[in-house]
Design a protein around this ligand. Structure first.
Ligand code: ADP
Length: 232
C-alpha cells in the first residue's frame, strides 16, 4: 500500500487508542470524557435553561451554545487559556457540527450550554471536543436524531492517513501536512468538514471514505460508554 512511516508506527488507517466515559462531572446535566491518544477532552452540558439576556432568545427554537477552551496546562508550554480567536472559531465549528442532530425546536427561547475543556492536547482537539460534547448532550437527555462522531484525516506528503497527532500535523517532508477534521452522523451525513492544506479532489474523496470508516469506530466507543452509564 504505502511505505510512509508514521512517527508512532501506526498503520495509515489506524486510530490512536480511544477511551470514553460518560458522567464525569456530577453537577452537570450531562457530561463526558473523550480521549484519543494523548488528547483528552471533557464536555459538560447545562440546560436547557432560560436564555438570558432576553433579546438573545429565539422564540422558534432553542440555542446551542458551545464554549471550547484549552486549559493552560494542556500543552507543554503553559498557555493563556480562555477566549481567543482560535477558541472562538472552534466553539462555532462545534455548534455547527452538532446542531443538525439536535431537536432544538423542542426548547423555544431556551439555551443548552456545552462547555468543552481540553485538558491535554496532542492535535485533533476539536474532534475530541465534538465527540465528548455529543456524548454529554445524549447523557443530558437532549433529544437527538443521531449521534455525531468526529475524526481528523489528512495527508502526510502524498499519503492519506487517519487521526493525525501533533508530530504529524507538523510534518515537514515533501508536500507537508494536510489536516481535514470531519464530523459525521451515524447515518453517514457530514455535519462538519474543514481543510487546512492542499489536496486533489480524488484524494479528498479517499480521505472522506477513510473518515467514514474511522467514525464508525469512534461511534462504537461513544455508544458503549453511553450504554455503560445507563446501566449504572
Ligand atoms: P486541533 O487541536 O483541532 O488539531 P489546531 O490545528 O488548531 O486544532 O491545533 C493543533 C494542535 O496544536 C493542538 O491540538 C495542540 O496540540 C497544538 N496547539 C494549539 N494551540 C496551541 C498553543 N496556543 N500552544 C501550544 N500548542 C498549541
Amino acid at each position: 500500500m504505502t511505505t510512509l512511516k508514521r512517527p508512532d508506527g501506526r498503520k495509515v488507517d489506524e486510530l490512536r487508542p480511544i477511551k470514553a466515559k460518560v458522567g464525569v462531572v456530577p453537577n452537570a446535566d450531562g457530561s463526558a470524557m473523550f480521549q484519543s491518544g494523548d488528547t483528552i477532552a471533557i464536555a459538560a452540558v447545562y440546560g436547557p435553561k432560560k436564555m438570558h439576556p432576553q433579546h438573545s432568545q429565539n422564540p422558534e427554537k432553542g440555542t446551542l451554545r458551545c464554549t471550547y477552551n484549552m486549559n493552560s496546562f494542556s500543552v507543554t508550554e503553559r498557555i493563556r487559556s480562555g477566549p481567543n480567536k482560535r477558541a472562538m472559531e472552534i466553539s462555532k465549528i462545534t455548534e455547527w457540527a452538532l446542531e443538525p442532530v439536535l431537536m432544538l425546536d423542542k426548547f423555544p427561547s431556551q439555551v443548552v450550554d456545552v462547555h468543552i475543556n481540553i485538558i491535554q492536547a496532542d492535535a485533533g482537539t476539536r474532534c475530541a471536543g465534538i465527540n465528548a460534547a455529543a456524548m454529554a448532550l445524549a447523557h443530558a437527555g437532549i433529544p437527538m436524531r443521531d449521534m455525531v462522531s468526529s475524526i481528523s484525516v489528512g495527508k502526510l506528503d502524498k499519503t492519506i492517513v487517519v487521526d493525525l497527532n501533533k508530530a504529524e500535523e507538523d510534518w515537514e517532508e515533501g508536500e507537508g501536512p494536510t489536516d481535514i477534521p470531519v464530523s459525521l452522523t451515524h447515518s453517514g451525513e457530514i455535519t462538519h468538514l474543514q481543510l487546512d492544506g492542499k489536496i486533489s479532489g480524488k484524494q479528498l474523496n479517499e480521505a472522506i471514505t477513510m473518515a467514514k470508516k474511522a467514525s464508525e469506530k469512534v461511534y462504537e466507543i461513544q455508544k458503549k460508554a453511553l450504554k455503560e452509564a445507563l446501566e449504572k
